[in-house]
Design a binder for this molecule. Structure first.
Ligand code: PMV
Length: 329
């Protein structure tokens, strides 16, 4: 058996605008998805998922693309649960030149699903790493990131940036602009995450921003302004000026709000963080529901979020400088 884990992430800056070629700065956090893989002696896949907001389920199916998984659960649940695993396995089979390899796969994730913390990227990156190593092939982090990006593209109908997968593969803070992905320096960040228990529909939210941008010049300008905030944010991150970083994150939230991708619960959590004296707060990821990220070196924001209506979970998250890694089986 081979086991790999990969971290989730928060966006300090730039989600949505990154889709239109502006830069974005995601940052890996110490919440991981762990994928265990054991090669079978046939070509079937058996996937068992735990803690994936899915309460634990198991599916078993053959590699034949037309075969329906043999499982007693709704199709959308199965798609959400195994779509990324499937795409990861395809990438691993291709990388190891083992088109008929079958696997027993177990996923354990501490990252809420579809909530802006990069759960799917973490599962995909860890899955490709574990499956290729199980087949005796070791891929460098950059190739893992590229293969995980292609897996996400396949599952998300061509709507994905390289941000999540690159960040999860390499760890740390990264800058992504189109196909250009690189690590950047970041100080220790006092990150607090608030989670509303829900999830947004990334495809729908991206389509909404696209429509606004086509209809109104000022919406297109808003997307460009997010790019300006990101460029300023990068410099500030390098300087380690946390107060200015927080101000820019709050500004970024306002622009995302204008583009219609926030929600009442996300805004409630952002306001709770502001009232608690956070240096800054914004939604992270596609929006519509899910998580906010705040900066606060004190306990005030976490405590305030715990008492905020609509906030289901609040936790501190350290920046994770390590990307994908091998774990003891
Ligand atoms: O919600 P997440 O973590 O899947 O982030 C989506 C980020 C977007 O910029 C909206 C889309 C993308 O692929 O970059």
């Amino acid at each position: 058996m081979t086991v790999s884990s990969a971290p989730g992430k928060v966006y300090l800056f730039g989600e949505h605008a990154v889709v239109y070629g502006e830069p974005a700065v995601p940052c890996a956090i110490e919440r991981r998805a762990t994928v265990s893989v054991e090669q079978r002696d046939d070509d079937r896949l058996r996937v068992h998922a735990e803690d994936l907001s899915l309460d634990g389920f198991t599916v078993e199916y053959s590699s034949d693309a037309d075969a329906t998984p043999d499982v007693d659960a709704s199709e959308s649940l199965v798609r959400a649960g195994v779509g990324y695993v499937d795409a990861a396995v395809s990438q691993a089979r291709e990388a190891a030149d083992a088109p008929d390899a079958g696997f027993d796969i177990t996923i354990e994730s501490a990252i809420p699903l579809g909530a802006g913390l990069g759960s799917s990227a973490a599962v995909t990156v860890a899955g490709i790493d574990a499956a290729t190593r199980e087949l005796g092939v070791e891929l460098p982090a950059t190739e893992l990131a590229d293969r995980a990006y292609r897996a996400e593209l396949a599952v998300q109908d061509g709507e994905a940036s390289r941000a999540d997968t690159f960040c999860s593969a390499t760890g740390g803070a990264v800058r992504v602009e189109g196909d250009d992905c690189r690590a950047i320096e970041a100080p220790d960040l006092p990150i607090v995450v608030g989670f509303d228990g829900g999830a947004g529909d990334t495809g729908e939210l991206v389509a909404g921003v696209r429509a606004l941008r086509e209809e109104y010049d000022f919406a297109a300008d808003t997307v460009e302004s997010i790019g300006d905030v990101v460029r300023r944010g990068e410099d500030v991150l390098a300087d380690g000026d946390l107060e200015e970083l927080g101000r820019l994150m709050s500004f970024n939230h306002g622009l995302l709000e204008a583009l219609g991708v926030s929600s009442r619960s996300l805004d409630n959590m952002v306001w709770a963080a502001r009232d608690a004296g956070a240096l800054g707060a914004k939604l992270t990821g596609a929006g519509g529901g899910g998580c906010i990220v705040a900066l606060d070196p004190t306990d005030e924001t976490k405590t305030a979020l715990q008492f905020t209506p609509g906030c289901e979970e609040a936790f501190r998250a350290e920046l994770d400088t390590e990307g994908v890694r091998a774990e003891e089986p």
